[in-house]
Design a protein around this ligand. Sequence first.
Ligand code: SAM
Ligand code: SF4
Length: 502
Amino acid sequence: MGVSATSIWKKGIIKQSEIDKYLVDGKDYINDEAIFSTLDKQANPDPKMIRDILQKSLSIQTLLPEETAALLNVSDPELWQEINETALTVKKRVYDNRIVFFAPLYCANYCVNNCAYCGFREANSREVRRILTLDEVRNETISVLREGHKRLILVFGEHPSTDVDYMVDCIKAVYSVNETAPKSGRPTNIRRVNINAAPMEMAKLKKLKEAGIGTYQVFQETYHRDTFSSVHPANTLKGNYRWRLYALHRAIEAGLDDVAIGALFGLYDWKFEVMGLLHHTLDLERQFGIGPHTISFPRMTPASGSWLSSNSEYFVSDENMKKAVAVLRLSVPTAGMIVTAREKAGIKRELLQLGCTQTDASTRIGIGAYSDQKKEFNQEMEQFTIGDPRDLDEVIREVGKLGYISSFCTAGYRCGRTGETIMGMLSHCEESKFCKLNAVLTYREYLNDYASPITKEIGEELIQQELAEIENSEYFHNKPHLLNRFHRDYGEILLGKRDLYL
Ligand code: SAM
Ligand code: SF4
């Protein structure tokens, strides 16, 4: 597409009416001054008040801004210990001891924006540009399936050649692939495709819904307006703060129930970003009755040709990342929380034990990098640097040793447990029961189809513990039909059947 066709395309992207309809008296839901003032007012929180807030979280309720601000301002290490322990208890209540795995698939790195922190930005002449053909998308899918994945998130820059119709074609290409698992020869396929892409108008979002996506993910990057303007030039699409602020409101209205929010940690003060994520949650809950399906807090890592990505004055330390994760776990107890391969193995492990529920593994973020098979990929085709390149098997083994079962469950959106339905189930801690059963079924598949002998050994022990826990659970005893179906499905998987879920 030529320069003038691209500028005509750009002019048609932002629909002001699809921003204005969500404003209240012309105002959006982020009030910088109010956030600063709440953080100031709660500068020295009383320990008794902190313990009351922890009790409220344990009853699985979204916290108020002043409560979140109080938690963020705790300085006593012993009180932090209590916060961390409560975060883990909340996680266990809502999500049990499972970690959901996924893989990102970068389809294209063309972009019309100029985000100061990203290797894909238009002005980065060092970036080697590429758009995967649909055959290449299928090949990437095959490589990811050979690792054992069932859930993919497709990632795109923002560009006319990779607009929604290309995305829909990629989604269909991924769903069309059928592979056989290396250890057992059993059939396998991708069962849930999520999308991380730029904000869109509702008509395009409906096309994504029809193509059968699971979650639609858009990160605000920073909720702080001045910082947002300084890292996203005003003459770019991404420079429109409010178009992005309401991307997920539009998505819910277009029928995409599972929406995912996030902030790029390292652009501005981390406490402000946690407050921004909370206000985003509260506004979704106020306008639609449902919060985000997941929250992400990618931490900025060095990107090709980006000075800011290595020199930001707001770089977030490991200690503060841990605090942010624990507070978010308590403030938005129903949300899944994602830690990605941007983080190194050690800190990733710690964040999983503070509240994160999802992670990626075997991650390659270069365009076409899964099929390429070379571990050292061309950084000039990547968006940023990753910290944990370990294979899925190794990460599953590690979390297994920590007592977590790895889940590839995709049952929720296929059984209609999305949006309001799933939020209700999560807040009554009921979803964790279904998740447990589905996690065990998909873990069983993984152990038979992919696991190395040592991972399998750890997994077998863990799965026996899980089976015993299910047998002894009062909840399942009161639901014999569910337990019977689980037994039947588990038995059939052992006999070679696949993709059974409750
Ligand atoms: N172009 C779409 C958009 O901007 O919404 C897709 C997003 S981009 C390919 C995926 C996410 O990567 C961004 O939303 C941003 O949070 C994150 N990202 C960009 N540069 C990064 C960096 N240097 N380190 C870590 N994450 C980065
Ligand atoms: Fe483009 Fe997204 Fe990168 Fe910004 S973050 S340059 S919009 S790919």
